[in-house]
Design a protein around this ligand. Structure first.
Ligand code: BG6
Length: 518
């Protein structure tokens, strides 16, 4: 992806070329750098960041001189941080882990205290000298979002943000979602970020973009001659994007009560899936060219009017039920949620993209917690052939051809089409051609955070959200949130373990369509 790719491929632990980069355009060695993780004692650091960095170190994708400094309030020392950071995974190689853990350091401090940033700055300089790194830095914001402005200000006043341009050491910042709470707060946050950082230093993370199968949307469309010619309103009837989760809110009532699925999933992951599915081919496969095209899709989605929100969106909340045979409480009974909560744990919506390619093709999206199972899929439903040739032979209704992009958990792609069933009479049955990631490539795709951390290190922001994308997505969300705040449409209950409220079915049956089973 990075155009100035040098010819040094990253090497895997066995000395063979690293499969993560093999065959990709980014054949560049990672720069040595120090990664400062704010919020180092939190869940995200333990569950995602450290395992991803460890995996990168193991496959030699991380420069051996690189180091991590955890920064948080807890009064830990380096050893305590290393102990807490150790992944729970049973197949951890203790020798490899100890080698990696020696590059983990910890500084205790509060985000509000200027002196703590000064101390952090001294530690950074000392560590860079000791390990012989040129001063490249990544600041990772893995804290609750309310802390972002304070940390930005702390870094700025302590003079910790520098960037000497292409020749010298660089500083980059990775910012976790949620990026703001609405358009106004996202704009404010962007202004605060840009008081210290140039856009090319900013990496707004959306972990869906790091998923291999999400990246494969573009490869499928643009790396194969047969799909792109069909990818438009001449051949596509409609698109369904489903992100179903079987989990509930996992103890995050405090955050989720303010976010709901609208802000937690639609603003970022789902609109990202939609833009990748709908965007025009970029002129080059590099960060700004790709993101320009994604932003154009968001611009072509006119924010919904109040009447459209009423007609085209569904909001739901799970009641008690059973998921995979296990009884679970309803949303309002979750710890930290009040009995009268109006927060949606489910949404469905119908979007229209006002451009040449997609005019008249609805994009239906849905996402919910405590649904029957975990599955993320993009379903492209094709139009029927122009003439019902087989009707005269008794084949009244044919199933539409359907291309399913299975993002997770059973990663793959399948195409269903009609085939003559054996026998003397003409019977057309749907059959499937299947590609499965695991069977074709012999391994599960790597973790999203692994890829994204490496890309940031390589200076490749293709898989990160740009300022305009984030703000345009908030415009959509704000339009929906404004109507929902007035209680329209009403909140529909669905039993945990079901496929969501019946109103979501109606959103499609009204148009003569139905959701495809996940
Ligand atoms: C996060 C949301 O961004 O994505 C969670 O905050 C959600 O609520 C999660 O569960 C889903 O991610 P994944 O990778 O499990 O599909």
């Amino acid at each position: 992806m990075t155009p100035d790719a040098a010819a040094t491929p990253a090497r895997g632990a066995t000395g063979v070329e690293n499969p993560l980069r093999e065959g990709s355009i980014t054949l560049r060695a990672a720069d040595p750098c120090t990664i400062v993780v704010f919020g180092a004692s939190g869940d995200l650091t333990h569950r995602k960041l450290i395992p991803a960095l460890y995996a990168l170190a193991r496959e030699k994708s991380l420069h051996p001189k690189s180091a991590v400094i955890g920064f948080a309030r807890r009064p830990w020392d380096d050893e305590a941080f290393r102990r807490a950071a150790r992944p729970d995974s049973a197949d951890l190689d203790p020798h490899e882990w100890n080698r990696f853990a020696a590059s983990l350091f910890y500084r205790s401090g509060t985000f509000e205290n200027a002196a703590d940033y000064a101390t952090l700055g001294r530690s950074l300089t000392a560590l860079e000298r000791e390990r012989g790194t040129p001063g490249n830095r990544i600041f990772y914001f893995a804290t609750p979002p309310d802390a972002y402005p304070t940390i930005l200000e702390g870094l700025r006043t302590a003079g910790l943000v520098h960037d000497a341009g292409p020749e010298g050491p660089w500083t980059r910042v990775i910012i976790e979602k949620p990026f703001g709470h609405d358009l106004a707060s996202a704009r404010n946050l962007n202004a605060q970020v840009h008081a210290s950082f140039d856009e090319r230093q900013v990496y707004r993370i959306d972990h869906y973009l790091g998923k291999e199968t999400v990246q494969n949307i573009l490869v499928l469309r643009l790396g194969n001659g047969i799909f792109e010619p069909l990818w438009n309103n001449r051949y596509v009837d409609h698109v369904q994007i489903s992100v179903a989760e079987s989990v509930g809110i996992e103890g995050r009532a405090n955050y989720f009560e303010r976010a709901g699925v609208l802000r937690d999933m639609l603003q970022n992951h789902m609109l990202q899936l939609l833009t990748l599915t709908a965007m025009e081919p970029p002129s080059r496969f590099e960060a700004d060219a790709v993101r320009d095209e994604k932003a154009k899709v968001l611009r072509a989605l006119a924010p919904l009017s109040r009447d459209e929100v009423i007609a085209r969106t569904v909001r739901g909340q799970y009641g008690p039920g059973a998921v995979a045979g296990v009884s679970v409480p309803g949303y309002c009974e979750e710890p930290g949620v009040g009995s009268g909560s109006q927060t949606e744990s489910y949404l469905a919506a119908k979007f229209e993209i006002d451009n040449w390619r997609w005019a008249g093709v609805p994009f239906y999206v849905r996402s919910g917690k405590r649904l029957a199972k975990r599955a993320t899929e993009i379903v492209i439903v094709f139009r029927h052939p122009p003439y019902a040739l087989f009707r005269s032979a008794g084949c009244e209704s044919l199933e539409a051809n359907v291309l399913r992009l299975r993002i997770q958990p059973d990663e793959g792609i399948s195409l269903s089409f009609g085939s003559k069933a054996p026998g003397p009479s003409l019977h057309i049955d749907p059959v499937r051609m299947d590609f499965n990631y695991l069977t074709s490539f012999g391994a599960d795709p790597p973790e999203a955070y692994q890829r994204l951390l490496l890309d940031c290190n390589l200076g490749d922001s293709t898989l990160f959200a740009r300022r305009d994308e984030v703000e345009l997505a908030w415009e959509q969300v704000d339009a929906i949130a404004a109507a929902w705040q007035d209680g329209v449409p009403g909140l529909s209950k669905y039993p945990a373990g079901s496929w969501g409220p019946t109103e979501a079915e109606r959103l499609l049956t009204r148009d003569g369509r139905r959701w495809y089973r996940l």
